[in-house]
Design a protein around this ligand. Structure first.
Ligand code: ZN
Length: 237
């Protein structure tokens, strides 16, 4: 890291020295009286300093995004949405493990995958049915996107908490830094964006439909397994 940043300050120092080396002799040679020489030299030093500060700012701005080109170095909504559905579920489970431990009140926790940006009422109804079947009064529905107002309205009448992507990030951010880092490591280990086949539990593969040329995820066990994912936010590149 230090080596990569090393070239920036070197360029800035070289620019500062070059302006001084060129400017000061001219500033001394051109004015005829001593006061003029002093003022002109001072002006050259100020110009060199201003140029160096500007260059340092430009170098820093160019470096910053390059330090985390994969976007996996810190938590963001973008990253959350790149997680395939199974990894998102694992993250949610791990979060609850860390945040609430063994004494959490019993509740049914379900997650909506990254392919769904706006979660409607259907998964909330399904969660309520799962709560009734399990005889558990509380439910939590997590999504990396947001919920429709209909879903929010419905959940208000039930003991269901809706947690969207932004709130999940705030919750992770409220953990101890090393806990947040551990969750980040779990979320981004290996191939975290290629979806897992819900039927076979193996990573899917990018395919192109022969009729429309659309890209989609298909199962490696095709034709035995015909599961696909179409039009997801993390469609194959
Ligand atoms: Zn499959």
């Amino acid at each position: 890291m230090r080596e990569r940043l090393g070239s920036g300050p070197r360029i800035v120092r070289a620019l500062f020295a070059a302006i001084l080396a060129l400017g000061v002799p001219i500033a001394i040679a051109l004015p005829t009286d001593l006061n003029g020489k002093v003022y002109a030299s001072g002006a050259v030093v100020l110009i060199a300093a201003a140029a160096a500060i500007l260059a340092a700012a430009l170098v820093r701005r160019r470096k910053e995004p390059a330090e985390d080109p994969s976007g996996t170095g810190r938590w963001s909504l973008e990253l959350l949405r790149r997680l395939e559905w199974r990894r998102f579920e694992e993250l949610c489970a791990a979060y609850y493990e860390v945040a609430e431990g063994a004494d959490k009140p019993p509740s049914v926790v379900q997650c909506k995958p990254s392919s769904v940006y706006t979660v409607g009422i259907k998964p909330v109804r399904e969660l309520r049915a799962a709560m009734a079947a399990a005889g558990v009064p509380q439910g939590v529905l997590l999504a990396c996107g947001t919920f429709t107002s209909e879903a929010k309205e419905f959940s208000r009448g039930e003991s269901i908490r809706l947690i969207d992507g932004g709130e999940l990030l705030r919750k992770i951010g409220a953990l101890a830094p090393e806990q947040g880092q551990a969750l980040l490591k779990l979320a981004t280990a290996g191939d975290f964006s290629t979806p897992t086949c819900p039927a076979c539990g193996i990573k899917m593969t990018a395919r192109t439909s022969s009729t429309e040329g659309r890209k989609f995820w298909g199962c490696l066990n095709y034709p035995r397994c015909k599961r696909t994912f179409f039009g997801a936010s993390n469609a194959p590149a």
